[in-house]
Design a protein around this ligand. Structure first.
Ligand SMILES: [Zn+2]
Length: 300
């Protein structure tokens, strides 16, 4: 997550020192005249705060953005399983009884390990999330549902704030009217290499169709959930008619880059602020450009 203040600092800095391009129909060309580094700004998952905060600010600065959405999860509160686990963890950490129930569900599942929210810190929640990611989707969903059914989860969580809810189709349509691009991030945010080929096909085809039907324009852009891909998944992305697909690993997008494995740099608050807690160009440059440059050098 990135705070509004930090995001504003980033936009101001990018506008002053970079060329910010819209994603549609853009790919790097060898004969580029500008001496300023070119960047493209994308957001994954279609969070409501992307439509309520990120887009209005980007618009204020005249900066185009691209948003990758999951149509099957549009307009929901806490639709992504990691947030559901976080909500359940938060709720369970309030009483010993709930915490013990939480641990019992984890111990009795394929995880075979106790996670006790009341006495474990954030690192354990991260460990639990990583363990859940490694399970087949159906087993993972079963555990997440059991944890979400724990008493008090909704009471404690209350109504979801914008950073825990996804935008709806009206929000997406407004973004398009305002010049933003909408791409697919699968139908349900499944980690594709873990799925059977026919399920991968559904995730790719259904999301593309839903975006095209709802927004009335072609959907040619795709971002792999979690940045996870495999050669066969990449082939299916191409077969479904996507012209460009994005991963989550640092690198430089050049004319030689595979259009279905375009690198991106993931940014969060810690990757943008300095020791004074404000946006820091040096920290941003190190995370965004130095790491990308090193990755590009290694790839040669
Ligand atoms: Zn995602």
């Amino acid at each position: 997550m990135v705070s509004s203040e930090t995001y504003k600092g980033l936009l101001e800095y990018l506008q002053a020192h970079h060329e910010i391009l819209p994603l549609a129909a853009n790919s790097p060309s060898r004969c580029h005249s500008s001496s300023r580094p070119r960047v493209i700004i994308t957001f994954d998952d279609g969070w409501r705060d992307t439509s309520e905060i990120a887009q209005p600010l980007a618009r204020e600065y005249g900066i185009p953005i691209t948003v990758f959405v999951c149509p099957g999860l549009a307009g929901k509160s806490s639709p992504f399983w990691p947030e559901q686990v976080t909500r359940a963890w938060r709720a369970a950490s309030r009483t010993h009884e709930a915490s013990n129930q939480f641990a019992k569900i984890c111990r009795g599942s394929l995880l075979r390990k106790s996670f006790l929210p009341i006495s474990c810190g954030h690192a354990s929640l991260e460990e639990l999330t990583i363990s859940l990611k490694s399970l087949p989707a159906s087993d993972r969903d079963e555990i997440v549902q059991a944890l979400s059914r724990l008493r008090n989860v909704d009471e404690v969580a209350g109504t979801s704030p914008a950073f825990e809810a996804t935008m709806n189709w009206e929000d997406a349509a407004r973004l398009v009217r305002e010049g933003a691009e909408i791409g697919s991030h699968t139908q349900h945010h499944e980690i594709l290499p873990a799925l059977a080929p026919e399920k991968v096909q559904c995730e790719l085809a259904e999301s593309k169709r839903a975006i095209e039907d709802r927004l009335g324009s072609r959907c040619l852009l795709f971002a792999y959930p979690n940045g996870s891909w495999s050669p066969s998944v990449r082939e299916q992305v191409i077969a479904q008619g996507y012209s460009q697909a994005f991963v989550n690993s640092a690198g430089v997008w050049t004319a030689d880059t595979d259009p279905w494995l375009i690198p991106r740099v993931n940014l969060w608050e810690g990757s943008l602020v300095g020791i004074c807690g404000k946006f820091s160009p040096i920290v941003f440059q190190y995370i965004a450009f130095w790491r990308s440059f090193r990755a590009a050098r290694r790839a040669l």
